[in-house]
Design a protein around this ligand. Structure first.
Ligand code: AVJ
Length: 332
């Protein structure tokens, strides 16, 4: 097992501050509706808190998707076949990825992740579980086209994007990503790549809001950790005790929104810049879009992927879709 790229992708200033983080936070806090991109929720503490979330009673997506992966291995084997190169967008989970790999016996596994540390850890764990499997981790931002290792140039590809992470993006960004995936996996050759993607489904508002506002307050801690991270890494003095976690269903956009809401008027500084929030005002910190069968298909098609097969868990809460890259031009 070797790492394809050794360069750190995080650009830090002379004080060790992540420039992109500072830029996103300052720009986001200056907006009328304050908003910070959800990717910044995932520092070490945030990633650990998300792991805790996946074990909560109320948070069904991880269990529902795992149930599908456990139940459908036979069909994956038939539809996907052996000997593919599996390209996972994200570092891979210790539970979901082995279920897929065991079912389809790929020739190679290529995890792509922007965080080299997570990438190396999970790649090493997988290589240990599957000693015969070629693992080629690539440290890269998969929102753009990624050059795959030469060892998998000739192989048929399967993209794997579980977790309904696509749901974190607004439609425009999601379509950009789907098209990048298509380019990364090499559509346009005689062999069209496949994509296995998890997409969470629209359901009762109560169930959704509980999944993102659990009784133990773990999701609240996950959300508030962003304010703590800003204070820690950007020299901020946000009064975290004056913020509360808010998770609400936006029915027009079919998404759960997470916000940090001020419970009183506050003023604070971040990286030397001053901000105020009035009581009730929020910082929008995450979207988690939910799909119907049709809206999922529409999004995939817009991104250049034709849905071939769809599975849900027994309770119909979550979907896993197998899609094939479409030709550049589809006859009507
Ligand atoms: C990791 C993006 C799939 O949207 O359900 C969980 C993140 N946020 N609880 C999701 C999350 C709050 C999660 N994803």
């Amino acid at each position: 097992m070797s790492t394809e790229q050794g360069i750190a992708l995080v650009d830090r200033d002379e004080d060790g501050v992540d420039r992109a983080f500072r830029e996103d936070v300052l720009a986001g806090l200056h907006q009328r509706q304050k908003a910070i991109p959800a990717r910044w929720l995932y520092d070490d503490a945030g990633s650990q808190l998300f792991e805790d979330i996946t074990e909560l009673e109320e948070y069904y997506p991880t269990r529902a998707e795992t149930e599908i992966l456990e139940a459908r291995g036979q069909q994956f084997a038939e539809l996907i076949g052996k000997g593919r190169a599996v390209v996972e967008f994200g570092s891979g989970s210790s539970v979901k990825t082995p279920l897929l790999l065991r079912a389809i016996e790929p020739a190679a596994y290529v995890p792509l992740d922007i965080s080299g540390d997570f990438l190396r850890m999970s790649a090493a764990a997988l290589a240990e579980k599957f000693p015969a499997l070629n693992v080629y981790p690539v440290e890269a931002d998969f929102m753009r086209q990624v050059e795959l290792p030469s060892e998998v140039f000739g192989a048929k590809k399967l993209g794997f994007f579980p977790g309904s992470t696509i749901g974190n993006m607004v439609a425009r960004t999601a379509v950009d990503l789907l098209r990048s995936m298509r380019a990364t996996l090499g559509a346009g050759r005689d062999e069209m790549p496949l994509l296995l993607i998890g997409m969470d489904l629209v359901k009762d508002r109560q169930v959704l809001e509980a999944a993102y506002d659990d009784a133990r307050g773990v999701t609240g801690e996950f959300n508030l950790n962003l304010a703590r991270r800003i204070n820690r890494e950007l020299g901020g003095n946000i009064p975290v005790d004056a913020l509360r976690h808010l998770a609400r269903w936006n029915d027009d956009f079919a998404r759960i929104e997470m916000h940090l809401q001020a419970v009183r008027d506050i003023a604070f500084t971040v990286a030397g810049e001053s901000f105020t929030m009035s009581e009730g005002e929020t910082i929008h910190t995450e979207n988690s879009h939910k799909f119907t069968r049709r809206s999922a298909n529409m999004l995939l098609l817009a991104g250049g992927w034709a849905p071939k097969k769809r599975w849900t868990d027994e309770q119909g809460r979550f979907s896993l879709i197998l899609a094939e890259a479409t030709e550049k031009r589809d006859a009507p």
